[in-house]
Design a protein around this ligand. Structure first.
Ligand code: SF4
Ligand code: SF4
Length: 138
């Protein structure tokens, strides 16, 4: 899907840090060894397919406000391809950044719209419910 006009990854590398990438055994929260200091991929032209295919929700979806730029919030929004859950993926070293008011408001709106919303940080996960409550999620 093309990026929403006016949006680009810029110096954001949050997905290269927070996501677990099975294809090359990268654990969640550890910056990929091919990530350049200050932003960008050292092997951009030859980056793996899984990296070429990935776009976070902020990049492609207009309903994710500009201020929710993952580089700024430390939270990456994505839809889990297997479970269809709406994920807010955070750095395991900052596991509660999804509780920032602007981020939480977005997650609550998604939950009210019928999504199963889950905040994740490494092996920890919390479900955000439409009534504004949240609880650990297996
Ligand atoms: S988290 Fe989103 S905006 Fe940031 S680098 Fe990844 S795809 Fe781009
Ligand atoms: S290979 Fe490049 S695009 Fe893929 S995670 Fe590493 S730095 Fe990011």
């Amino acid at each position: 899907m093309p990026a929403t006009p006016g949006r680009s990854c810029g110096s954001c590398t949050l997905c290269c840090q927070v996501l677990e990438i099975d294809e090359f055994d990268k654990p969640a929260g550890q910056l990929c060894g091919d990530c350049r200091l200050g932003g960008g991929c050292k092997i951009y032209k030859k980056r793996p397919e899984v990296c070429r295919d990935f776009e976070c929700e902020w990049l492609t979806e207009r309903d994710v406000a500009v201020v929710l730029n993952p580089h700024r919030t430390g939270v990456l929004f994505m839809i889990d391809a297997d479970s269809d859950e709406y994920l807010a993926v955070c750095d395991p070293k900052k596991p509660h950044v999804w509780r920032q008011p602007l981020v939480f408001r977005h997650l609550l709106a998604k939950a009210k719209a019928g999504h199963v919303v889950v905040a994740k940080a490494g092996t920890f996960a919390w479900r955000v419910y439409p009534n504004g409550e949240s609880a650990p999620w297996a």
